[in-house]
Design a protein. Structure first.
Length: 250
């Protein structure tokens, strides 16, 4: 199935990209869980826009989600709940922050607890709209790589042309020759390699175009294991389950 443009007519604004991306991450997670070796599992994680949430456990074993700031009243004081809540002193500094959108699939090795070994990041428009948002996304990806976590970045956002791989390269300070030649959409796989006498990151870039098939890329796990991740079948599944194939054909 050819790649659809999820950010321009006829799909947008009738169909929301956030809903489809959530469906796509589930399809990618399901695809990986059918192929991952014993002891590994994949989970989807979506946080697009809004504020980060805190899970507060209650005494009856349930959990109530509170957005950060929901316990602060309009005067800046901590609001009173049924039980007394300690109010910290007024902060000396309150600085602006960027919390990057997260639309991703995370892969864990569960043999010695849940250890993150790979991530698949779907770029959102919010990741590309401001310099600080781009820096935040690049910093997140750089942290993955420097921790030895395999990474795939998939960018199908047609409304903004910024190349986040190139922002990542600038942050890593490895030189402009490692930037990719594609203008527009792309997907890139990264494999961190750490040996006693050699440390490097292998990179597999692939250009993407609306109307064409999505690529197959290697997803690097730990212990030198690479899993082939074909981005096309989960995309087709997500389009069919979202009825986007029917929508785009009208």
């Amino acid at each position: 199935m050819p790649l659809l443009d999820h950010f321009n007519p006829p799909l947008h604004p009738i169909r929301r990209w956030e809903s489809f991306f959530a469906m796509y991450t589930v399809a990618i997670s399901d695809s990986l869980n059918r192929k991952l070796p014993q002891g590994y599992f994949a989970e989807m994680h979506v946080h697009a826009g809004g504020r980060p949430n805190i899970e507060i456990g209650l005494s009856d074993g349930s959990a109530a989600p509170f957005p950060i700031g929901s316990l602060i009243d309009q005067k800046g004081d901590v609001a009173t709940l049924e039980a007394p809540v300690w109010a910290p002193p007024k902060p000396a500094i309150s600085m602006p922050a960027i919390f990057p959108d997260s639309v991703e699939v995370l892969v864990y090795n569960s043999e010695s607890g849940a250890t993150l070994v790979a991530a698949v990041e779907l770029v959102s428009p919010g990741n590309k709209d401001r310099p600080e948002a781009r820096s935040g996304f690049a910093a997140k990806c750089a942290t993955y790589l420097q921790q030895g976590v395999g990474l795939i970045i998939v960018d199908v956002v047609t409304t903004r042309s910024t190349n986040l791989h190139d922002d990542l390269i600038e942050l890593l300070m490895v030189g402009p020759k490692f930037k990719i030649p594609f203008e527009g959409l792309y997907a890139t796989a990264y494999r961190p390699v750490r040996r006693p006498t050699d440390e490097h990151i292998d990179v597999w870039p692939a250009g993407i175009r609306v109307g064409e098939r999505l690529p197959l890329l290697p997803l690097s796990l730990d212990r030198g294991i690479c899993l082939p991740l074909d981005l096309e079948p989960p995309y087709v599944e997500a389009c069919e389950r979202s009825r986007l194939a029917v929508q785009s054909s009208k």
